[in-house]
Design a protein around this ligand. Structure first.
Ligand code: MLT
Length: 327
């Protein structure tokens, strides 16, 4: 009898031991998840994060809290997430800045290739080159002439060294052969406000933020930065068509987690991301913002990992050629 009781107790203990990790795994996520945005609220990266977060929360059964962690062109946020607790409750959404930072910051506190787990790529976004409404130029040709005549008296807003607005602005100055004054903000949301207020001359920014202002006519549009014309502004010439040979900046976004985040959490968050990218409200919103959801193969950890390395090499070479460093 006693023997049988001991046997039953041992059996129950074994069953509990087996069930414990399973219960933990099934319990994820058991609390809200933080998605870190490296730029200001209301800007292009923030808009994408909030659109996705709201839909992903439904399939995760937990809120996705957006944390705007600002500074140093996105590198402060990426560094904080790289050193964050790898427990499945912190993720980072970032754009090409993940690939430009190793070139721009020669003493970067993290390595994009070794300090993260990869969830997947999200969207591609074209950029637009905008001027303040009262800028004395109406066409790309007039703008180029004005910038060359103004030299360093003309200025350009951007979202910090490492932001795509800065990168686009750097390539534009290179193409003009002019070193303009540059004014950094903590995101292109405040930079666009400065442009709308006429405090700065030019801003290169993503359609996810600029389309409504272009349509409302509150800014001047001088061209799109992609190689091809874009669906959301089909009649607007590319900067390459306007004469800037080889000019191309396309923004892509990806989602990362601190290295060592459990695979089960990365998989679950990734599955919620991929489901959100098929959700009709997200599909419609991204189209309205001029953003293109990347093909399914890129929405995976492998899609992000294999996309990052060539981008680091490409931007590293361009940054070295420009000789513009953040340190
Ligand atoms: C950038 O310029 O890198 C982005 O537009 C930043 C942002 O999301 O504000």
């Amino acid at each position: 009898m006693q023997h049988r009781r001991r046997f039953t107790t041992a059996l129950m203990a074994a069953a509990l031991a087996l069930a414990a990790p399973l219960a933990q795994a099934q319990a994820y996520p058991s609390k809200p998840i933080t998605l870190v945005v490296p730029f200001a609220a209301g800007g292009p990266t923030d808009v994408v994060a909030r659109t996705l977060g709201a839909v992903m929360a439904r399939s995760l059964g937990q809120s996705v809290l957006i944390e705007n962690k600002l500074g140093a062109g996105g590198t402060l946020a990426a560094g904080a997430v790289a050193k964050g607790t790898p427990d499945g409750y912190t993720f980072l959404i970032h754009h090409n800045g993940m690939a430009t930072a190793p070139g721009l910051y020669r003493k970067l506190a993290y390595n994009p290739l070794t300090d993260f787990e990869y969830v997947g790529q999200v969207i591609d976004v074209p950029m637009t080159l905008l001027g303040r409404k009262d800028l004395p130029a109406n066409t790309a040709a007039e703008l180029f002439a004005w910038v060359k005549a103004q030299g360093n008296k003309a200025n350009l807003a951007h979202a910090g060294l490492g932001a795509v607005s800065q990168l686009c602005g750097m390539l534009f100055q290179q193409a003009m052969g002019v070193e303009m004054g540059t004014i950094p903000y903590q995101g292109t949301a405040p930079a666009l406000n400065a442009l709308l207020g006429g405090q700065v001359d030019l801003l290169c920014d993503q359609t996810t933020q600029t389309l409504p202002h272009i349509k409302a006519g509150t800014v001047k549009l001088f061209g799109v930065t992609t190689r091809e014309r874009i669906k959301s502004l089909p009649n607007v010439a590319t900067l390459e068509e306007a004469g800037l040979k080889g000019f191309e900046v396309k923004v892509w976004h990806g989602i990362y987690a601190p290295k060592g985040t459990p695979a089960a959490a990365v998989d679950r968050f990734g599955a919620a991301l991929r489901a959100a990218l098929k959700d009709p409200t997200v599909v419609q919103r991204m189209a309205e913002l001029g953003a293109e959801i990347v093909p399914e193969a890129k929405q995976t950890p492998e899609g992000l990992r294999s996309g990052l390395k060539p981008e680091i090499d490409k931007w590293g070479a361009l940054i070295r050629a420009a000789g513009t460093y953040a340190d």
